[in-house]
Design a protein around this ligand. Structure first.
Ligand SMILES: [Ca+2]
Ligand SMILES: [Ca+2]
Length: 180
């Protein structure tokens, strides 16, 4: 709790932290697929996406290279799906820009049908600046206490990056994990 008090004492810097929030490229609608966030958490990459189309989606980098292999096609239909890809099967790292492209087994990858690019974020990097530091701790503390800057979260990736244990809630457990 001592750390919490320290964080509260420096909460006035929250507005400064808020101004440093980096905005990810908002994903634009693809061919029946959209992606909200790609967050690395523990030993997996979590993709929050919606899928209203036949076929599957696959993560692709901006040069058109597949960022995952075939067993990890994202095929769930319906909105707000979350799927994860174990590391080792995907060349995914924080800061990499990826998008989802339609993949139909008979036709292969369709580069014409892709979402907008979105930066891969490591859980705990709330502001997306590539580091996990005291600014992220202040943002998370402010979010939990309801005293954070209005500028955060700026997008779905910000929100998902705050959920360190991936249980769907942002609370003091996530803060404890961030402080480790
Ligand atoms: Ca950060
Ligand atoms: Ca959580």
């Amino acid at each position: 709790m001592k750390i919490l008090k320290t964080l509260a004492a420096i909460a006035t810097f929250a507005t400064i932290a808020g101004s440093a929030v980096a905005s990810d490229g908002e994903a634009s609608p693809g061919h029946g697929i959209y992606v909200d966030s790609i967050v690395m958490r523990d030993n997996a990459t979590y993709v929050r996406y919606g899928h209203k189309n036949k076929g599957c989606a696959i993560l692709v980098d901006k040069k058109g290279r597949k960022a995952q292999n075939s067993p990890n096609y994202l095929c769930s239909h319906g909105a707000d799906q979350v799927d994860y890809i174990k590391h080792g099967h995907a060349k995914v790292f924080a800061g990499r820009e990826l998008h989802l492209c339609t993949y139909i087994p008979q036709k292969g990858l369709s580069k014409k049908h892709c979402t907008g690019l979105i930066s891969v974020r490591e859980a705990g990097d709330l502001n997306g600046d590539g580091d996990i530091n005291v600014i992220d701790m202040m943002l998370l503390h402010g979010d939990i206490m309801g005293t954070g800057p209005d500028s955060w979260p700026a997008n779905a990736t910000d929100e998902d990056a705050a959920d360190l244990n991936g249980d769907g809630d942002v609370n003091v457990i996530d803060l404890m994990l961030l402080l480790k």
